[in-house]
Structures are given as C-alpha cells and as structure tokens.
Design a protein around this ligand. Structure first.
Ligand code: ZN
Length: 361
C-alpha cells in the first residue's frame, strides 16, 4: 500500500519522507499537479516561479503527533490582464491558505468540542494525541456556521445565565430536532417577542411559568399555543405535592394530638413513639435519606410517561387519575383528583391539579 493511501492524503500529493522522532512523525509531502489556477483570474499556469515550505499539524497517527512539511510551489500568472503576477498553489480540500493545521485536523477538534466542552475536550484531545487548548476548541465551535433560517413549528424558550445569578440571557430551542436555534443577550419580553415575530408559522411555545415569556409569546406569536415545559411542570407539581402533603400531615398530627389528649394519660403514653437518643436520631435520619435517594433513583430509571401516566402515584398516596382529553396539539396530560386519606372530612375533600404538556416528553 502506498504511503499516500495509508495516510489518506488527497490525490496529486507525493509522500517524500517519513521521520520518526521522540515527539511524533514528521512527514514531507508535495503536490504534483502539473498546473495550478490563479486565484484571481482562474487561468491555469504551469510556469513554476519558486518553492517554499509550510509546517502543518495533522491528525495523529496511532497516537503519535504528526507534523506535515508541505512543499508549496509558486506559479507565474501568464494572463497579461491579471494583477497577480505570482501566486501560490492552492489545496482547497486539504489545507486553507495561511492555515497552520490541515482541514481534517480542524474537523477533529470541532467534533471533540461538540461532544464534550472546552476543558474536557482539551483533556480528551491530549489522550488522543492531539495538542490543542480549550480556547482553540471553543473558537472552532464558534466558527461553525449558524443553522439556516427555516420554519419552526414548536419552540422551546427559557433563560440561562452567562454569570450565575447575575446576568441572564434567553435560549430558543427548536423542539422538532432539539437544536438550539438562537441565544439572546437578555431575558426581556420585548426582545423575545421581536425574535418570535420572525417565525409566523409557530404553532406552540413551550416555556416556563413566569410572566415575561408568557407576555413575549402572546405579543410575538399570538397564534401559537402556550404550554409549560416538562421541567417546570414537574417542578411545580413536586412543589404542589409537597405543600399539599405537608398540610395534610399537619392535620393528621393535630388529630392524633387531639385523640391523645382525650384518652387517659397511661394510654396516651403508650401511643407515643419511643424517644430516640441523638445517635439513634442521626442513624434514623440517614436511613430516611437513603430510602429517599433510592426511591428517586428508581423513579428516574422509568420513562416519564409511565411515571406520570400510570398508577404509581395513586397507589402510594391515594390519588385518582383521569386522562386529560386530547386536542390538536396537546398530546398528553393528566388531571389529578385528590382524595386524601388523611383529610379531616373522611377523604371527601378534593383538590384538582391539571397539567398539560406537549408530546416532546
Ligand atoms: Zn491571474
């Protein structure tokens, strides 16, 4: 097998020499095409003026760093009307003009950065034999072209922080393919509304439950249905459940206290839980936290529709679940009618929590 094929060099390249050093491989190559086209007038020329050397970093070979020493020829442009008299030959599929790395090396850096991040990408690249920095990785990612403007039907909007707790921006996500389509420098309703006006085809906006983005969606995409996104639905549901159960637990305890005060002193003492020592209380608390963590891990392993659509909640706390009626864009939802066994009026007090969400769970 020829060296150019082994190293996957482009056609028309000649491999002159390979040196193995302590730091890696030094490979000398040159182009052999008989002519090259002037970049200004595009007229081909075979008149070689001179040569010079370029040093390029290339993708690693078996974990070794690779340095290419490319001999570049300079041609004379024979077009009398062209302003360029001498030009260097171009290798557009292999290396860009004045670049110090090959195109495939840059592509590997970009892929590593997209799969990881700046610091993590630099660490991974070092393990793969690629010498780079986190700044280079981030610069490659930022050099990527933006997604072309296209129709967006389902949009997700939320805020994010440039500086935690101090400076916030707005992120837009196209929910059909889960791609980030744009970032805004603030989280003002007017800015988000003006951005949404560029997309008159919007059918649904998934947002948090704050007022700013609701106002933005109303002003910028009045034709779109607004719904709470999964994160905020689950967060609000958890908070509502926590408050509800806390209230009923307090009612349950007060009823127990009333019963104990109504019974003789000896019987009341017998119903009280035994008083724990500080060490036993710590152990009991640790066991409670371990049980809670185990339950959380088990619930995360289950797919979300099963978690909220099945009878798991009702079986544990006595909820009745009724499916939310479907309409055009809301594919899945729940109405939870609560009849709590701890409530003071014998379980007939009902609380209703209605949820709606898009199909992108
Ligand atoms: Zn020319």
């Amino acid at each position: 097998m020829e060296g150019t094929t082994l190293l996957q060099l482009p056609e028309g390249m000649r491999l002159d020499q390979i040196q193995v050093t302590e730091n890696g491989l030094i490979i000398e190559i040159c182009a052999t095409a008989p002519t090259s086209s002037c970049p200004l007038c595009a007229q081909p020329s075979s008149s070689i003026h001179c040569h010079y050397r370029r040093r390029l970093r290339d993708v690693p070979c078996a974990g070794r760093q690779v340095q290419l020493r490319l001999t570049v020829r300079k041609f004379c442009c024979r077009n009398p009307y062209c302003e360029r008299k001498v030009f260097a030959e171009r290798l557009p599929d292999f290396v860009e003009p004045r670049a110090r790395t090959t195109i495939r090396f840059c592509q590997q850096i970009t892929s590593i950065g997209l799969a990881t991040c700046g610091k993590g990408g630099a660490r991974l690249a070092a393990r793969l034999g690629i010498r780079t920095t986190r700044q280079t990785i981030l610069r490659r990612i930022m050099d990527l072209p933006d997604f072309p403007a296209e129709s967006i039907l389902f949009l997700g909007i939320d805020d994010f922080s440039f500086l935690r707790g101090r400076r916030f921006g707005t992120i837009f996500v196209k929910l059909e393919n889960r791609h980030v389509v744009d970032l805004l420098p603030d989280r003002k309703a007017e800015t988000a509304a003006s951005w949404m006006r560029q997309y008159p085809d919007l059918m649904a906006v998934s947002r948090d439950r704050g007022g700013d983005y609701a106002a933005a969606a109303t002003a910028g995409a009045p034709q779109a249905i607004q719904c709470a996104d999964r994160f905020h639905v689950i967060k609000n549901l958890g908070e509502a459940l926590e408050g509800l159960l806390a209230r009923h637990l307090a009612a349950h305890r007060s009823r127990l206290a009333e019963q104990s005060s109504a019974t003789p002193l000896g019987d009341a003492h017998s119903t009280q839980p035994p008083k724990l020592s500080p060490k036993e209380a710590l152990q009991s608390q640790a066991k409670r936290e371990e049980r809670l963590a185990r339950a959380n891990r088990a619930s995360r392993r289950q797919p979300l529709p099963t978690r909220w659509g099945s009878a798991m909640l009702p079986s544990r706390v006595g909820w009745k679940v009724r499916p939310f009626p479907n309409n055009n864009h809301i594919h899945e939802g729940l109405i939870l009618i609560h009849t709590c066994p701890f409530s003071a009026n014998g379980g007939k007090q009902a609380a209703i929590i209605s949820l709606s969400c898009t199909g992108n769970w």
